[in-house]
Ligand binder design. Structure first.
Ligand code: URA
Length: 430
């Protein structure tokens, strides 16, 4: 078989066979298919697409390209969650301790930031001493003892995704339904989950900008999960504005603590309650209404917060209950609206990029993150502002912040007419 012929076939819009897809994944991981050949095939897939059978075959081949985590030593139904990536998305760190506080095991593999979107592993590493590289033994022991462990994608787990992702990031081939679906689902399958809740982000800060594209992605992932005997549910959620109020690393951990204390922003709290509810339904914990009330109770009675603190300690982190030992850059700059009217839209990707430019994310793979920088969003869609209203504030260590301030100011769009706030959840695909 020649990879050249597979590239040409997809370039011409034809359907690939299982053998062709498996050959590509295996030979690419071995290094026999070069990066430039893989990039050409990725671009052909991006432009021509893949049907569900091809996408499912690609997912399976990627999942089996390295080690498969065996979670059989953990009792109970292991439910995982995955977000397709957004701005201000700290839901895992709120949802996982809620679910674990019900006695349901959460064995979570998370990623680093990607492009304009933040990553859970980076956020956790802003906690002094926190370790995200755990041996399989420690990972399983922690899940067995406290019901929750979280690790980065270490070792030989889905090497095909690691290599393909790095290429997609620099070849403008991220925003593709078959490529995102196979990337996400291969990691969930290899990670050993029995059931999966997906948070498919939709809007200006997501990879899927329209509801149509997000729905297609959600349906593809649910179908792949079901085909592979994993109960899978996808929530399509609003990413037309940052989630919650804070974007960054330390500042998002602080917002996790606030939310687990019951004082979080409404959009973030509602989404976390819904994600946790759907994870617990898949774990067989009861009816939707019953579970939802119990989830709210776990926040109110402090059990979810206690579980988060227990988890941080178990992974070596030192964190006080108000997050006062987390470093936040002391140079605060308030950003004025410079306009009068109702906030109509926010270019959320630009807000994510502004955070990256401050050093809160990576521009190159090898960049180190400044965990102390970030921003607070004071005004969201539907809010009224006048010229002097502070729409946001940044916490920065940079000398020159003009580009960042400008990016945030121009990310906001205003209207003279009243603007309705959007719901946080658009749809649920089962
Ligand atoms: N998250 C992933 O893990 N993969 C993608 O392709 C996009 C978001």
């Amino acid at each position: 078989m020649r990879i050249y012929d597979t590239i040409a076939k997809k370039r011409d819009g034809l359907t690939l066979t299982d053998e062709e897809i498996e050959f590509f994944v295996e030979e690419f991981v071995k290094g026999n298919v070069t990066d430039y050949q893989a990039s050409a095939l990725l671009m052909a897939i991006y432009i021509r697409g893949m049907d569900i059978k091809e996408t499912s075959c690609l997912t399976k081949a990627m999942a089996h390209s390295g080690d498969m985590v065996d979670l059989s030593k953990i009792n109970g139904i292991k439910v995982d969650k995955h977000s397709t990536g957004g701005v201000g998305d700290k839901t895992t760190l709120i949802v996982a301790p809620i679910v674990a506080s019900f006695g349901v095991p959460v064995a979570k593999m998370s990623g680093r930031g990607l492009g304009h979107s933040g990553g859970t592993i980076d956020k956790l590493e802003s906690i002094p001493g926190f370790r995200t590289a755990l041996s399989e033994e420690e990972f399983i022991n922690n899940v067995n003892s406290i019901n929750f462990a979280l690790a980065g994608q270490t070792g030989n787990l889905v090497p095909a995704d690691k290599k393909l992702y790095a290429l997609r990031d620099v070849t403008a081939t991220v925003e593709s339904v078959p490529l995102i679906a196979s990337s996400v689902m291969s990691k969930k399958i290899a990670g050993g989950a029995d059931a999966i809740v997906l948070d498919v982000k939709c809007g200006s800060g997501a990879f899927m900008k329209t509801l149509g594209d997000a729905t297609t992605l959600a349906k593809a992932m649910v179908q792949i999960g079901t085909e592979l005997n994993r109960k899978t549910v996808a929530l399509i959620t609003n990413m037309n504005e940052p989630l919650g109020e804070y974007v960054g690393n330390s500042v998002e951990i602080k917002e996790v603590l606030t939310t687990l204390k019951g004082n979080g922003p409404e959009d973030l709290t509602t989404l976390c309650v819904e994600l946790a509810t759907h994870m617990l339904i898949l774990a067989g914990k009861g009816s939707e209404e019953e579970i939802r009330e119990k989830v709210k109770e776990k926040i109110k009675n402090g059990e979810a917060l206690d579980k988060f603190m227990e988890f941080v300690k178990a992974q070596g982190g030192t964190l006080d209950i108000d997050g006062t030992n987390l470093k936040v850059a002391s140079n605060t700059i308030k950003i004025k609206a410079g306009h009068k009217g109702y906030v109509k839209a926010i270019d959320t990707e630009a807000i994510g990029i502004a955070t990256v430019l401050m050093g809160g994310g990576r521009l190159k793979k090898e960049d180190t993150i400044d965990y102390s920088v970030g921003l607070k969003i004071n005004k969201k869609i539907g809010d009224y502002v006048d010229e002097d209203t502070d729409i946001a504030e940044i916490y920065t260590n940079k000398e020159d912040n003009e580009e960042i301030i400008n990016k945030i100011q121009t990310a906001y769009n205003y209207s003279d007419e009243l603007v309705k706030k959007s719901d946080i959840i658009y749809n649920i695909i089962k």
